[in-house]
Ligand binder design. Structure first.
Ligand code: IPM
Ligand code: MG
Length: 367
């Protein structure tokens, strides 16, 4: 029997609740498909930070490097631990630690999911957002400076407000030629593989951010020339955000830099029924990839047992596809589709009154 070694980081809040359902479904789908999993759970995150003063042990990346994939719930205990802790010490540390450059977020609604765009039907929408996940504004370069600092003197003449400020903050985005080219190429390769509309849409803002997005645009055109069989187009991120809602049917593969992709994929989650249905993964070419739903730890509903586990379960299906187990992934997708379409066992975000566990059980039964 084939075994996959999966590192599981449930994290905090609803991360723990939804990952439990994801694991249950993975086990069952694996059994049906004749494969087994070697799951190892790691209690890392903000709860761990409260006890140990660090959200992961210092050798966490070495440990995770021995696994085929990482399955993560969500991290964050806002109010108790500063939000940047879980983000920087776990999520971003793993994404950059394994060079997980391609954050893949499919926008493929399941029939029967909550529907917010009445001018379109779920079956008309089928695209995927590829978000660069290691660089841009997430490099966290910059600082906060007081008047008199060299950084402040340099910018002071630029705006009246700068001269009147008690503090100036600089946040520098870093965009590399290699990093942009790699993720844009990934998007074109995917458009080819999907063999659908074969259209890659680039997200830019080079009218205002001339340096970084100017380079991005040039690289996009260069890469597009390598794929004459694919259509290519671009929009500034603001206009693209509007089109995600007005014309979601026109997209096939959308590629974006890190921050733009972050914002766009919460928006695109609306097109699949909300964050409770949105899946994703951060893919690496050199180490394990990490599969995590785009949603957070949802402190407002954590502990109530009503979080929607479908995002985490579809994320598990996506993990199986990336592990080259399409049959097991397919059984999960069909089971989710059956439960959502029946509409009887859904959590409150989807108009139902079921608990997280009941939804997991219903999907298990549908398997
Ligand atoms: C996401 C999240 C993260 C991000 C946070 C938790 C750092 O919003 O995965 O979309 O911004 O990438
Ligand atoms: Mg986000």
């Amino acid at each position: 029997m084939k075994a996959h070694k999966i590192a599981v980081i449930p994290g905090d809040g609803i991360g723990v609740e939804v990952v439990a359902e994801g694991l249950k479904v993975l086990e069952a789908a694996g059994q049906k498909a004749g494969l087994s999993f070697d799951f190892e759970q790691f209690p890392w995150g903000c709860g761990y930070w409260l006890q140990h003063g660090a959200a992961m042990p210092p050798d966490a990346i070495d440990i995770l490097g021995h696994f085929d994939a990482i399955y993560l719930g969500a991290v964050g205990l806002p109010g108790r631990v500063h939000e940047s802790v879980g983000v920087r010490e776990v999520v971003l540390a793993i994404r950059s630690g394994f060079d997980q450059f391609a954050n893949v977020r499919p926008v493929q609604p399941v029939a029967g999911c909550p529907w917010y765009v009445s001018h379109r039907q779920p079956e008309e929408i089928d695209f995927v957002v590829i978000r660069e996940a290691t660089e841009g504004f997430y490099c966290n370069i910059g600082g906060r400076y007081e008047p008199g600092a060299a950084e402040v003197s340099e910018v002071t003449p630029m705006r009246p407000a700068f001269a009147r400020s008690t503090e100036i903050a600089l946040q520098t985005g870093v965009f590399s030629e290699f990093g942009c080219r790699r993720v844009i190429r990934y998007a074109f390769e995917l458009a080819r593989r999907r063999d659908g509309k074969k259209r890659v849409t680039s997200t830019t803002k080079s009218n205002a951010l001339t340096h970084a997005m100017g380079m991005w645009d040039e690289i996009f055109e260069q890469v597009a020339a390598e794929y004459p069989d694919c259509e290519h187009e671009w929009f500034h991120v603001d206009a693209l955000a509007m089109r995600f809602i007005t014309n979601p049917e026109r997209f096939d593969v959308v590629v974006a830099s890190n921050l733009f992709g972050d914002i766009l994929t919460d928006l695109s989650a609306v097109l699949v029924g909300g964050l409770g249905f949105a899946a994703g993964g951060n893919l690496s070419e050199t180490g394990p990839s990490m599969f995590e739903p785009p949603h957070g730890s949802a402190p407002d509903i954590a502990g109530k047992g009503i979080a929607n586990p479908i995002a985490a379960i579809l994320t598990a299906a996506f993990m199986l596809e990336c592990l080259d187990e399409p049959d097991a992934a397919g059984t999960i997708r069909r089971a989710v589709a059956a439960v959502v379409e029946a509409g009887e066992v859904l959590t409150p975000d989807a108009g139902g009154s079921a608990t997280t566990r009941q939804v997991g059980d219903a999907i298990l039964a549908a398997l």
